[in-house]
Design a binder for this molecule. Structure first.
Ligand SMILES: Nc1nc2c(ncn2[C@@H]2O[C@H](COP(=O)(O)OP(=O)(O)OP(=O)(O)O)[C@@H](O)[C@H]2O)c(=O)[nH]1
Ligand SMILES: [Mg+2]
Length: 206
């Protein structure tokens, strides 16, 4: 299991498939560029934590799960198991789970893996966070590459079991472009969930 976690009572985690832009989002949220991002999947292999001396709060950018070229299947499985265990172990402290997806490819990937007896990773993770009672925001990243915005977001809502139109769920579905610094929808959704937990004190980070 990942054993890097600083001892903090409040946490927000970024979870998602490899290469969707979690570390780019981490840079954008924290304003620090020390987190490696890259064109190839599998850049982040250990969690990136960002915490503050004066705040009992940490943001964690988890490694990506799912397909990564050049990474053997058993290693990918092991990474996913570590991610699941990390979330389970810290569920009580996780105020918001941010599931990051790539707006351009997420529907195709979900549909490709919606076969018999198969649950696509993203849908599975969404359900897993809900089961643990972790308020979840789906950050639909790379929207700069998406033309049919509302259609895409409606399709995604539907795949997640949220009856369209997606706008009804703007505290769950947050279209963003981390690379362009356009993350307002995510900030608002996160604030919604922080407020619901009487944690307006953390608004300054979002
Ligand atoms: N077009 C576009 N590209 C983006 C956006 N956000 C990130 N990227 C690019 O996507 C690639 C992957 O970004 P990362 O932040 O490293 O992705 P990650 O999810 O941390 O990947 P792993 O660490 O492998 O799990 C990089 O080339 C980024 O520049 C975005 O909003 N739009
Ligand atoms: Mg990364």
């Amino acid at each position: 299991m990942f054993d890097t976690r600083p001892n903090r009572d409040a946490e927000i985690v970024l979870i998602g498939r490899s290469n969707v832009g979690k570390s780019t989002l981490m840079r954008e949220i924290t304003g620090h560029t020390k987190f490696a991002t890259g064109g190839k999947p599998g850049v982040t292999r250990k969690p990136n934590h960002y915490d503050w001396n004066a705040e009992d709060f940490v943001i964690t950018d988890l490694p990506g799960f799912g397909f990564m070229s050049g990474v053997p299947g058993d290693v990918r499985e092991a990474i996913k198991t570590d991610i699941v265990r990390y979330i389970e172990a810290n569920a009580e402290k996780i105020l918001v789970g941010v599931l990051v997806v790539d707006g351009k490819s997420v529907i195709d990937i979900i549909d490709r893996h919606s076969g018999e007896g198969e649950i696509p990773h993203d849908v599975e993770m969404f359900g897993f966070l809900q089961e643990l009672g972790i308020p979840t925001v789906v950050a639909v990243n790379k929207m700069d590459k998406v033309d049919d915005r509302d259609e895409r977001l409606d399709e995604l809502a539907e795949r997640l079991g949220l009856y369209p139109p997606w706008q009804q769920f703007d505290d769950v579905i947050a279209p963003i472009s981390a690379k362009r610094g356009n993350i307002d929808a995510l900030n608002e959704a996160v604030r919604h969930h922080l407020h619901a937990q009487q944690r307006d004190d953390l608004f300054k980070f979002f």
